[in-house]
Design a protein around this ligand. Structure first.
Ligand SMILES: *[C@@H]1O[C@H](CO)[C@@H](O)[C@H](O)[C@H]1NC(C)=O
Ligand SMILES: *[C@@H]1O[C@H](CO)[C@@H](O)[C@H](O)[C@H]1NC(C)=O
Length: 175
């Protein structure tokens, strides 16, 4: 499973908020738990780009990572979903998860003038910094962390704004 898939929990939760079937929220919670594990099972507390599931006894762990997929590009999808899920459920566990991951970013990706993509989430003693910060780290990852930790749940009101792929809020107009 690619880390990119982790956006889906937030989209499902937004759908339920707008009238889609409640069972979508269960799927959203389950998927979010899986995404959390892709972070929590790494010694850096940062998810790799792709995680494999041990479904045929090919590995001793439930989840494992291949060498070419062990990088972390400071991606936002999981944090984005945490923000949506926290808003709709009020469950502070989602804030706690976000805080742990922010600590992972601070411990292993912070450099003198910003944050950097890293080549290996599996080795805390050498994460192989890449000297490269994607623009989505500021426009999405940090924005969603800020919103997730805010005391004001309506700081960005999803009934008034739709947030596009790159984290830009656009007003919702009624017809
Ligand atoms: C990051 O550093 C903080 C503060 O030193 C520590 O409490 C936390 O356990 C560290 N987390 C990881 C994943 O290394
Ligand atoms: C909050 O979410 C966590 C993780 O999914 C879950 O274990 C816990 O039961 C939830 N808490 C409440 C009060 O629903």
């Amino acid at each position: 499973m690619d880390h990119l898939v982790c956006f889906l929990s937030g989209t499902l939760a937004l759908g339920v908020h707008n009238g889609l079937p409640k069972e979508h929220l269960t799927l959203a919670e389950d998927l979010l738990t899986t995404c959390y594990q892709t972070y929590a099972q790494q010694p850096t507390f940062l998810a790799p780009e792709i995680t494999y599931f041990n479904i045929q006894g090919e590995n001793s762990n439930d989840m494992y990572v291949k060498t070419n997929d062990a990088h972390n590009l400071l991606r936002p999808e999981f944090i984005e979903s945490l923000w949506y899920m926290y808003q709709f459920t009020g469950n502070v566990t989602y804030q706690d998860w976000g805080w742990k991951i922010l600590q992972g970013f601070n411990n292993y990706t912070k450099v003198v003038n910003g944050y950097t993509s890293i080549g290996n989430v599996r080795n805390p003693t050498n994460v192989r910094p890449k000297d490269m910060m994607e623009s989505f780290f500021l426009s999405e990852t940090l924005k969603y962390l800020y919103l997730l930790f805010s005391d004001n749940p309506k700081l960005l009101d999803v009934d008034k704004y739709v947030v596009n792929t790159e984290g830009h809020p656009l007003p919702v107009y009624k017809n």
